[in-house]
Design a protein around this ligand. Structure first.
Ligand SMILES: [Zn+2]
Length: 204
């Protein structure tokens, strides 16, 4: 049996029966099961990532918008590779799967930012990235479409970050696993994800 272990650093901790049920269900369909990533990646706020080298602790939240725009500009070349849909091994996502994930990261954090701007200390809806990767069939999506969508999502998110009023960076929000963020820490936290995944596809 083939198994896939994803390396997605923005993950919610979600090891409940729902994810397990999905993994079992897809085996019967002949699709490679995804093992949910149970790491809590919030440590990236405190120290450099030992894999990609990114250090969010020295990053200003006000620089995240520019970082996102720069990062998004590197994905189109990745997605035109002839092997964009190939998994390097049984435990690693393809470049297309990473790109589709990064697109969805940009989208989900856009939603979370607006929640934090509009509500007091909102609780974010759960987002199981591994379950979504299977359900949305990331590796069957059109690389050209994913490329355009990633760029558009990055632009929207960067514009939202640029529009955060000076006195709003301390507004708060919470994840379902108990992790707490301000808009500033959420911005620095999300910055690692696209950087790490460019490293995953060796384009960063
Ligand atoms: Zn990293």
């Amino acid at each position: 049996m083939l198994t896939v272990r994803t390396h997605a650093p923005n993950g919610l901790v979600s090891i409940g029966t729902k994810s397990v049920a999905v993994a079992v269900a897809v085996q019967h369909d002949g699709v490679m099961p995804i093992i949910p990533d149970t790491k809590n990646w919030t440590w990236v706020l405190e120290k450099p990532c030992a894999e990609c080298g990114f250090d969010a602790s020295v990053l200003s939240e006000r620089d995240v918008a520019a970082l996102i725009r720069s990062n998004a500009g590197l994905w189109p070349a990745v997605l035109t590779r002839p092997d964009a849909t190939a998994r390097p091994d049984d435990s690693t996502w393809s470049a297309l799967e990473y790109a589709a994930h990064v697109r969805d990261v940009f989208r989900i954090f856009e939603v979370r930012l607006h929640l934090m701007l509009d509500q007091d200390n909102p609780l974010f809806a759960n987002w199981d990235q591994d379950e979504i990767a299977v359900a949305e069939r990331y590796n069957e999506q059109d690389p050209a479409v994913v490329s355009a969508e990633l760029g558009a999502a990055a632009a929207v998110l960067a514009d939202t970050l640029d529009s955060v009023p000076d006195d709003s960076w301390t507004r708060r929000g919470r994840r379902g696993d108990g992790a707490e963020f301000t808009i500033a820490s959420l911005a620095r936290y999300l910055a690692h994800d696209p950087v790490h995944h460019l490293w995953d596809v060796r384009a960063g």
